[in-house]
Design a protein around this ligand. Structure first.
Ligand SMILES: *Cc1c(COP(=O)(O)O)cnc(C)c1O
Length: 353
């Protein structure tokens, strides 16, 4: 497929001279560092934080490269996936002129970030079983459609999107195709990172916020061609990933066997929750899940949500979202959390009957 990245890029970004940080000009570790106006005495905390961190996170990318089987030059690291989403808008979408295609119901940040950047949103709903409508997506696109966001496994519907539909869109959509794989670790589906060399218009997002249990650190990954990654690096804030985050995630990667154990446990708990919910006649539907949450249909979901809060159990009310009428999204917790939820739910629905 012919794909011209430069014709997608906003012209002023193509011309931009990026900020060069002190650590860009000289990045050796030996020497007397009087280049960055840091405090030479160290920090008042247990650990020293007085030096600026590596702006391109080389050590961390080297490790991520090994576990994800991509080249370090194909990796962008952001302050959460949310930063990568925002940078994509800023790089490719001219406000008031370009548009992006969103497939509701899906992750809310694509729309919020579009609105912040004054970018037109074109929506093509998923089908009733939360699959793509590829022909409708292509029909909705024009020359100014710069990005198509596909989330698989999808939030809030929890299902995985058919791979052949994504491949078809990669072959036929003229802009960038973003595949958000925040929940890929809970699915049996292989990542689209294996297709990066086949599709110059593909960008895959993953995150340390879900399976890795590091939501508070804020570390999101984007995988794409070297050209796309270079653009994101050019416009990112120079020190977007803190030194503490870089070091802590390096440690997490060394201990990654424990992540596999946690994932297995979450999948077991998902089964448990699913089985227990299926025993309750009031539950109208439990959508199949490839993620660490369940989308569940229950009459008067909004009221059930409020009643659960009274019992100090907080789930996510998706009942007003397209195709999710009367649905609650329930994150899989520990066994005791899941039992607390089930107990509260049984109490709440009994009250009403
Ligand atoms: C949770 C989530 C993310 C993760 O965002 P971070 O900013 O990396 O925490 C990304 N995409 C989807 C669909 C999500 O549900």
């Amino acid at each position: 497929m012919s794909f011209d990245l430069n014709s997608l890029l906003r012209p002023h970004i193509a011309r931009l001279q990026p900020y060069t940080s002190a650590r860009d000009e000289y990045s050796g570790t030996e020497g007397v560092f009087l280049d960055a106006n840091e405090n030479p005495f160290g920090s008042i905390t247990d650990q020293d934080f007085n030096r600026y961190p590596d702006p391109y996170q080389a050590a961390l990318k080297a490790e991520i490269s090994k576990i994800k089987e991509v080249r370090p030059t194909q990796i962008f690291l952001g302050n959460g996936s949310d930063e990568a989403i925002d940078l994509l808008y800023r790089a490719f979408c001219n406000p008031g002129k370009d548009n992006v295609i969103l497939l509701p119901p899906t992750y809310g940040m694509y729309e919020v970030s579009a609105s912040i950047n004054d970018v037109e949103i074109r929506k093509v709903p998923l089908t009733e079983d939360f699959q793509l409508q590829p022909e409708k997506i292509l029909a909705k696109a024009d020359r100014n459609s710069k990005i198509l966001f596909i989330c698989s496994p999808n939030n809030p519907s929890a299902n995985k999107v058919k791979r052949e539909d994504i491949l078809y869109l990669l072959d036929n959509f003229k802009g960038l195709v973003v595949v958000d794989e925040a929940y890929i670790d809970f699915s049996d589906e292989p990542s689209f990172t294996t297709q990066l060399d086949d599709y110059p218009n593909l960008l895959v997002m993953q995150t340390f916020s879900k399976a890795w249990g590091l939501a508070s650190l804020r570390l999101g990954m984007a995988f794409a061609s070297e050209e796309i990654i270079r653009i994101l690096n050019k416009i990112k804030p120079p020190y977007n990933i803190s030194g503490l985050t870089q070091e802590t995630v390096l440690t997490a990667i060394k201990n990654r066997n424990k992540v596999q154990t946690m994932i297995r446990e979450i999948l077991e708990e998902r089964e448990f929750l699913q089985a227990e919910l299926a025993k309750l006649p009031i539950i109208q539907k439990i959508h199949p899940s490839h993620a660490n949450f369940l989308l569940v249909k229950i009459p008067n979901a909004g009221q059930v949500y409020d009643d659960l809060i009274e019992e100090k159990v907080i789930v996510r009310n998706r009942s007003k979202v397209l195709l999710c009428e009367d649905c609650l999204r329930i994150t899989v917790g520990t066994r005791s959390e899941n039992e607390a939820f089930l107990g509260a739910l049984k109490g709440v629905v009994k009250l009403k009957n």
